[in-house]
Design a protein around this ligand. Structure first.
Ligand code: PLP
Length: 383
């Protein structure tokens, strides 16, 4: 069944699965224990830190494995809350993932300055420059790629601005890593990511710590993760994450351009067969895998159900894993009305998605449109 919901989660990659099994069977010892088998586990764990650090241009001591991006976001924002000067303010992009918004609200509440976004939901570099030059801000939060629309943010430029102004920059790269190059993030102070977005198991992610963040701790305990996160380490998942990231780093080198063309062909078909449909964040640079579209008629749940029956798994516009969806705050920030929001579907491909899958989905959308038009006409024809 063609799966088009990779921004929600991805299947376990074969290489990550193999490593996970090997670690679970051969290296199940506690890495902190004092004998040789434990030392072997410790070496593997160190290797996982090293590999992730290498992809990100960092050092192994600054990579902290966590349970995922949500834990990571809360840990960083709590740390900011504890270590910034009393009354410090932060500037936040309003189209962040709900976990980052919740963490920022908990730690800073009224002391958040919202960054303006353009109609594609992208923060302008100028807006960041202005807010930073005001001298009132201690931290900036702008994600790398949006989970709903795929829009890319100018994070590299923002990192440079923040560095020059000696202001901390936090970047949620959960949707970027595994799809686009990991290199270039060395200028970002705080970076978070989640393994299950790129073929690793669920329940593992990491934080790249800023320089000089020795006091950072997600949870005190037995001194694991260089003292930054207490609790027996999850070697199998951490090693699988490093493996999956390595695999994705290879794929993007060869396949990214082609995958972007497939997405563009799909968008052209969608617009041609569904008059009145609109691609969200159309003019922004976007991830090669993501299309968010406002459909001309019918609530998105009806489209999702009908596509599912035809064998295509897509999502409604907003990301919320729990299924408790309200109107999307991302679309609202971009000026999309609540009514239009109800007609948004999100399609997100993976590396294993084929051109035939994209074409099949375009054909299925055209069929569903015809079916829904037919249903609407037969209702109006009833005397
Ligand atoms: N940030 C972004 C951009 C996401 O897309 C997600 C997941 O949907 C998260 C954070 C949360 O990730 P996790 O499931 O690892 O907590």
């Amino acid at each position: 069944m063609p799966y088009f919901d990779h921004n929600a989660t991805t299947p376990l990659s074969p290489a990550a699965r193999e490593i996970w099994l090997r670690a679970s069977e051969e290296h199940w010892h506690n890495p902190s224990s004092p004998y040789r088998d434990a030392a072997k586990a410790r070496i593997r764990l160190e290797g996982a830190h090293e590999r992730v650090a290498e992809y990100l241009g960092s050092t192994k001591e600054r990579i902290v494995f966590t349970s995922g991006a949500t834990e990571s976001a809360h840990a960083v924002l709590q740390h900011w809350g504890r270590t910034f000067a009393p009354g410090a303010k932060i500037a936040v992009n309003p189209t962040e993932h709900p976990c980052v918004l919740a963490a920022a609200n908990l730690a800073f509440g009224e002391r958040i300055v919202w960054l303006p976004v353009d109609r594609d939901g992208v923060v302008t570099v100028q807006a960041v420059r202005e807010v930073v030059s005001g001298g009132q801000i201690s931290g900036v939060i702008v994600m790398a790629a949006n989970n709903e629309t795929g829009a890319l943010q100018p994070w590299a430029e923002i990192a440079r601005i923040c560095r020059a102004a000696r202001i901390q920059y936090f970047c949620d790269a959960a949707q970027w890593l595994g799809k686009l190059p990991a290199s270039g993030f060395s200028d970002v102070d705080w970076l978070i990511a989640s393994g299950h977005k790129f073929g690793a198991p669920k329940g593992v992610g990491f934080i790249k710590l800023a320089e000089q963040s020795e006091s950072f701790s997600t949870q005190p305990g037995g001194g694991q993760e260089s003292g930054h996160r207490g609790g027996t380490e999850n070697l199998a998942s951490s090693w699988a994450l490093a493996t999956a990231l390595g695999e994705a780093e290879q794929k993007k080198v060869f396949l990214e351009g082609e995958r972007l063309r497939w997405r563009e062909e799909f968008e052209r078909s969608l617009i041609a067969s569904l008059p009145g449909a609109r691609i969200v964040a159309k003019d922004a640079e976007r991830l090669w895998n993501t299309v968010s579209a406002i459909l001309p008629t019918g609530e998105n749940h009806r489209w999702v159900t009908r596509l599912d029956k035809r064998g295509f798994q897509v999502s409604t516009g907003s990301a919320c894993a729990s299924g408790k969806e309200g109107p999307s705050h991302v679309l609202a920030a971009m000026g999309v009305s609540a009514e239009e929001s109800k007609r948004v579907i999100r399609v997100s491909a993976g590396w294993e998605t084929t051109l035939e899958d994209w074409r099949g989905l375009a054909a299925a959308l055209a069929e569903v449109a015809k079916e829904m038009r037919g249903a609407a006409e037969s209702v109006t024809a009833v005397p």
